[in-house]
Ligand binder design. Structure first.
Ligand code: ZN
Length: 503
């Protein structure tokens, strides 16, 4: 059999696996949105069976044989061919999955399922000691996972690779560190400024049905295709893809503040636009898959922050917003509204942090994870180390572990090595956006007219259509001519907050 035939067989098989895993995605989406509570137990059984079947297919010896057959072929070695990236990524995930023993996978599933339950209770009771043994077990298993997967330089790389393929701590760490060092004085200067926004503007009456219509209209104007997607409400916003023409977004609303609902819609629609821009005819293959979580987050953060919290955006949308909420905003000038939307101050909770302080929350988690995995920090010492870093980077000390070290679900769910992808998203977004501005000439004027098609076309051409053809590092280099760097993000933050806070 020639390698072309083998490749076709492999692709057919992988796309059948995607049919199975996307069926699980439908059930998971429905669980979060509409499922009645009593249905939970059976739903868990359905999902568990589907996960087992998918895992069996993804680790089947036949997969390994096909990949071995292809490994020396032109299809794999000629990197100008799209097939080579498909083979590279299938090999990467096959190797990763087959290196983990059944016992380790089962132990991790047990530890994280129990870990999340205990975390929920312990956070409510502000009792870290209750959570600590479970977290210690999870960290121990994650160390084992990293050792089983293997790495060249440090253990952390093996875990990071699961979320940010081909990235390493040696590449990401110094960029995060330099970003953090530059942010600390900026954040301090913002805090010291005598010019501060009036945030009472955002604590008024914003009826939820009006917010829903306004947010959906904005997503549509950005280019989100509602024939191939929809928006629903959940406790925690997310974006999930159920099939080649089916992208689901969720949001949550606060009736006295438009920020959570509106900004979540922009954020999730940014993820959704990426998913809708991947080549649908290759759904299920790496060629129709996002590059990495960092690149995915670059799309959501670009639309949410660089577009949605920009002055040109509100030049266009603010009159419409005033018309939608006349009682709350008719008398409020755009300058005041815009400043309030962009309030920056050190805060305890990552998910509520503004764009200037956000990456410091990530740097703290990254440094703690590195220390935990390298056996330099024990779980019992984690709350003290956490609080020390919050003081060092943000100048605040959490009043409780519930508002400190236990605020995020990630570690209890075994998501160690995941946090850097949030900061990578912000870094890549700034680098891409600076390049788009150069390439498109009058990007700000386009946004100011509510015209988003040129930016979306630019993203489709440069990023979306390629699927996983390029790694994140290759993509940023290809598009901007530069490696990953904190320069573009820092330039953006200094310009924007320097102006707002008159620094
Ligand atoms: Zn996101």
């Amino acid at each position: 059999m020639d390698s072309q035939e083998t490749y076709q067989q492999l692709c057919t098989y992988v796309r059948e696996s995607a049919l199975l895993s996307s069926a699980a995605s439908v059930l998971e989406w429905e669980e979060q949105t509409y499922m009645p509570p009593a249905a939970g137990e059976y739903r868990a059984e359905q999902l568990s069976l589907l996960a087992t079947l998918t895992h069996e297919r993804e680790t089947a010896p036949q997969m390994g044989e096909w990949l071995d057959t292809l490994s020396g072929s032109d299809l794999a070695t000629d990197t100008t061919q799209p097939a080579s990236a498909v083979i590279r990524e299938l090999r990467r995930s096959y190797d990763r999955q087959t290196k983990l023993s059944k016992e380790l996978v089962a132990a991790l599933a047990r530890a994280t399922s129990r870990g999340q339950q205990v975390w929920t209770e312990a956070r409510k009771e502000n009792d870290f000691a209750k959570f600590a043994p479970y977290l210690a077990e999870i960290i121990k298993l994650k160390r084992e996972e990293a050792d089983a997967v293997g790495y060249d330089d440090c253990r952390y790389d093996a875990l990071l690779d699961d979320y940010e393929p081909h990235a390493t701590a040696a590449e990401v760490g110094p960029v995060l560190k330099s970003l953090g060092e530059a942010l600390v004085p900026i954040v301090a200067a913002i805090g010291d400024s005598t010019h501060q926004p009036n945030t009472e503007i955002l604590d008024r009456d914003y009826p939820i049905d009006v917010q829903t219509a306004f947010g959906e209209a904005a997503a549509k104007q950005m280019g989100f295709d509602f024939r191939s997607g929809r928006i629903d409400v959940t406790a925690h916003p997310f974006c999930t893809t159920l099939g080649p023409h089916d992208v689901r977004l969720t949001t949550r609303f606060d009736k006295s503040d438009i920020r959570p609902g509106f900004l979540s819609i922009l954020h999730e629609a940014g993820h959704g636009l990426y998913e809708q821009g991947l080549p649908s005819e290759e759904f299920g293959l790496p060629s129709a898959h996002s590059v990495s979580l960092g690149i995915h987050e670059s799309q959501s953060r670009m639309w949410e922050i660089l577009v949605g919290l920009s002055r040109p955006f509100w030049n266009h949308f603010y009159p419409k917003l005033q018309a939608a909420f006349p009682q709350s905003l008719a008398e409020t000038p755009l300058d005041d509204f815009y400043f309030a939307m962009n309030e920056s101050k050190p805060s305890l909770i990552r998910v509520e942090a503004d764009e200037a302080t956000y990456n410091l929350h990530i740097l703290i988690r990254f440094e703690l994870e590195m220390a935990l995995l390298a056996d330099e920090l024990e779980v019992d010492a984690l709350p003290a180390a956490w609080n020390e870093k919050y003081e060092q980077y943000l100048g605040i000390t959490p009043p409780s572990d519930a508002l400190g070290v236990m605020q995020d679900v990630h570690w209890s769910a075994g998501l160690v090595g995941y946090f850097p992808t949030y900061a990578l998203g912000n870094l890549y977004a700034a680098q891409f956006f600076a390049q788009a501005r150069q390439d498109l000439g009058d990007l700000d004027a386009q946004i100011g007219r509510g015209e988003f098609a040129p930016l979306l076309d630019w993203l489709r051409t440069n990023i979306h259509q390629h699927g996983q053809r390029y790694t994140a590092a290759e993509l940023v280099e290809r598009i901007t001519g530069q490696p990953l760097s904190s320069d573009a993000l820092l330039r953006h933050l200094k310009d924007k907050f320097g102006g707002l806070y008159r620094l």
